[in-house]
Design a binder for this molecule. Structure first.
Ligand SMILES: Nc1ncnc2c1ncn2[C@@H]1O[C@H](COP(=O)(O)OP(=O)(O)OP(=O)(O)O)[C@@H](O)[C@H]1O
Length: 254
């Protein structure tokens, strides 16, 4: 399989006044084309820091980000990467979905003459084309989340970074967002997903990277995580959630 993304030996040391804090310590992994890779770990493990470095929002203290064979670690623009941090923020509530996407299409440097078609394209992928002219302030959480994904798809990136895309959504709406994510991967887009919902990870991802205290604790398939956890609890865990809970104590910062 083709490695779309290679993350190599990332170290991130935050400096606050005179204090230093090592958020990432030698984080490496790869993502293939059309793969959904889940980045897991407890609060504070370093998931958002990793996503921010790959997305170009943060420079690593050291290490490299290689996309499609090119070193983009210090590149200021990343047209091939779409990022969705989700949440209620990030859109003009008094503007329609279409107007919001026009603003972001300008930022993403989609040529003006192609914007109408591109906005139509991304809205239809997330099935919001029928509410294109509705104000975002009237959107439900699930619709807003799908609009975040639509925004990240402007300019047809080859890699999507989705930070907790279903956080705070009810089960039914979470499922429709998960279907959208699966559909995108099936179309060949590679996806890095962070999530605290293990049933979602089991549904979407084949491979996972588990971070603990800024270090890679485990990289491999979901079924290999079950095998690893079985050694901890001397029985096969029922599912990924049970497996994750079995190894969770090892992921804490000292
Ligand atoms: N700007 C910053 N300055 C100092 N420390 C920071 C900064 N941003 C994050 N940290 C610390 O770095 C560590 C990793 O944070 P990060 O947000 O990457 O974790 P996370 O795995 O995404 O957690 P969560 O699941 O809660 O979103 C945390 O201990 C956090 O407090």
């Amino acid at each position: 399989m083709n490695n779309i993304l290679q993350v190599k030996h990332l170290i991130e040391t935050y400096k606050d006044k005179n204090q230093k804090f090592q958020a990432l310590d030698d984080v490496s992994f790869t993502i293939d084309q059309g793969e959904i890779l889940a980045l897991l770990g407890p609060n504070g493990a370093g998931k958002t820091t990793t996503v921010s470095i790959i997305g170009g929002y943060l420079l690593p203290t050291s290490g490299q980000v290689i996309l499609n064979g090119q070193d983009i670690t210090t590149a200021r623009k990343r047209p091939n990467i779409g990022v969705s941090f989700g949440g209620d923020l990030g859109f003009y509530r008094n503007a329609t979905a279409k107007q919001n996407l026009q603003f972001f299409a300008d930022l993403a440097k989609v040529p003006f003459r192609k914007q109408k078609k591109e906005i139509q394209r991304v809205l239809s992928i997330v099935e919001l084309d029928n509410v294109a002219n509705k104000k975002v302030g009237k959107f439900s959480k699930g619709m807003t989340q799908r609009l975040h994904i639509a925004r990240s798809l402007l300019n047809s990136p080859s890699l999507l970074l989705l930070d907790e895309p279903t956080s705070g959504l009810d089960v039914e709406i979470a499922q429709s967002v998960q279907k959208t994510i699966k559909k995108l991967a099936d179309s060949g887009i590679s996806i890095l997903l962070t999530s605290h919902t293990m049933s979602e990870v089991e549904k979407l991802a084949k491979n996972v990277v588990i971070l603990g205290a800024g270090k890679v604790f485990f990289t491999g398939t979901v079924s290999a995580v079950l095998g690893l956890a079985a050694k901890e609890i001397n029985q096969k865990p029922k599912n990924l959630e049970e497996a994750y809970l079995a190894i969770a104590p090892k992921l804490r910062r000292n």
